[in-house]
Design a protein around this ligand. Structure first.
Ligand code: GCO
Ligand code: MG
Length: 409
């Protein structure tokens, strides 16, 4: 089999997605996700200008060889743009291999290790009542685990808290990428956050009882000592995890956090390679691997990092916001279904328009996800529908402190 064509599509049904579509001389088509929220066109250009021509004539069966070739021949390696581009090739080749074998990708990865994948959704509220309503709405949809994000008194806009209306029609609880020519500015005050958050978790536990797994995303905004304090203060409320409690670059800071708290930690949504996890896994400084197939070089490296993590009883918690396209999402469902050390999957739900462009086989039944039994990844890319939604410039917001200093968002 040979690759005869590789095309890059940028489409914006509710939000921007970058898709690689590979054709073979045997008529099989494979698709991959290369979406990098807010920097989409850089990846599209990387693929169009530097990768697509290298694929023509190659045997699509050689997934590992193609991955190593793209990674090592580029010399510079790593980085979100490179790794999202390589991820899309990797996924498309797994898709083709599955279709050639007439099997879903999870079968090629070793078969199913469980019946379905436990998922968590994003509840949020501007006050306790609206937060409770949001948690109840998630429970009604079948979610058995819920991420809790809340407004903070005195702060105007906080990451993860739903806007009042969803102009985009996206079926999720907040819009992290605003369209327009400049990122929107939000404000931040860590001391106010540290004071307020434990009171919210106390209220949630009192209302919903001890069983419900609760998660929280600190979104890189604390120093290690602040994160240590928060982890300690949240211990009575038994979190499933505290995510991105410090900026991920400062890995040694996690040692300090660990010394002070038994709240489980999840990190890695902005990591690009297995090497980014080396210290954190080896020293058991985290409990959950937050990598996303799309930003981590695809299915092949995700399997490898989870095999490494398995030696240390560290589980998966793959990044699954709606800025991962349904292709990237399906890719990590296949990995999640096959590995032994599966933990949980973030699941925000794509919009109807997105589901028109990416026709998914994936199911969400009674709180559990399954990638389906279709050969390959189980997602069809509708080119005509994609072309009806042209790219629209969008940026993630950013934070400033009260005195104007830029802060992690
Ligand atoms: C999460 C993430 C996202 C990111 C988003 C940026 O835990 O789902 O933190 O909400 O902010 O993916 O594009
Ligand atoms: Mg996060």
């Amino acid at each position: 089999m040979k690759i005869t064509k590789a095309e890059v599509f940028v489409t914006s049904p509710s939000r921007n997605f970058v898709t690689l579509r590979i054709e073979t001389d045997e008529g099989l088509v494979g698709i991959g996700d290369a979406t990098l929220n807010g920097r989409e066109l850089a990846v599209a250009a990387y693929l169009k200008e530097h990768v697509v021509q290298l694929l023509i004539g190659k045997d699509p069966s050689n997934i590992e060889d193609t991955w190593q070739f793209l990674y090592r021949s580029s010399y510079w390696r790593r980085g979100p743009v490179t790794m999202a581009a390589i991820a899309s090739v990797d996924m498309a080749l797994w898709d083709i291999k599955g279709k050639a074998a007439n099997m879903p990708v999870y079968q090629l990865l070793g078969g199913a290790s469980r019946r379905g994948l436990r998922a968590y959704g994003h509840a949020s509220g501007t006050d306790i009542e609206s937060l409770f309503d949001s948690i109840r709405a998630h429970l009604e949809q079948g979610y058995k685990s819920v991420r809790v994000q809340t407004a903070i008194p005195g702060i105007k806009a906080v990451y993860g808290v739903a806007a009042q209306t969803q102009a985009s029609g996206e079926r999720y609880d907040y819009e992290p990428a605003g369209r327009g020519a400049f990122p929107t500015e939000e404000d931040w005050d860590t001391r106010a956050y540290l004071r307020h958050l434990p009171t919210v978790f106390e209220a949630v536990r009192n209302e919903f009882g001890p069983e419900l797994p609760l998660l929280h995303d600190g979104h890189h905004r604390m120093t290690p000592i602040q994160a240590a304090r928060l982890g300690k203060d949240l211990e009575p409320y038994d979190l499933f995890w505290l995510e991105d409690c410090t900026p991920a670059e400062n890995q040694e800071g996690l040692r300090l956090v660990r010394q002070h708290t038994t709240t489980p930690l999840a990190i890695g949504e902005i990591f690009n390679t297995i090497w980014d996890f080396q210290l954190l896994i080896k020293e058991q400084l985290i409990d959950y691997v937050r990598a996303a197939s799309t930003h981590f070089g695809g299915i092949s490296p995700l399997k490898k990092v989870m095999a490494f993590a398995e030696q240390y009883q560290i589980k998966s918690g793959f990044h699954g916001p709606t800025d991962i396209s349904p292709i990237g999402f399906a890719a990590q469902l296949h990995v999640g279904l096959s590995i032994h050390n599966y933990g949980i999957q973030e699941y925000m739900q794509h919009s109807a328009a997105t589901n028109q462009v990416f026709e998914q086989q994936m199911t969400f039944i009674d709180g559990y996800l399954h990638p389906g039994e279709a050969p390959g990844l189980g997602v069809e890319f509708n080119v005509e529908a994609a072309n009806a939604f042209p790219y629209q410039q969008a940026y993630l917001p950013y934070n400033r402190l009260v005195d104007g200093t830029v802060h992690d968002w």
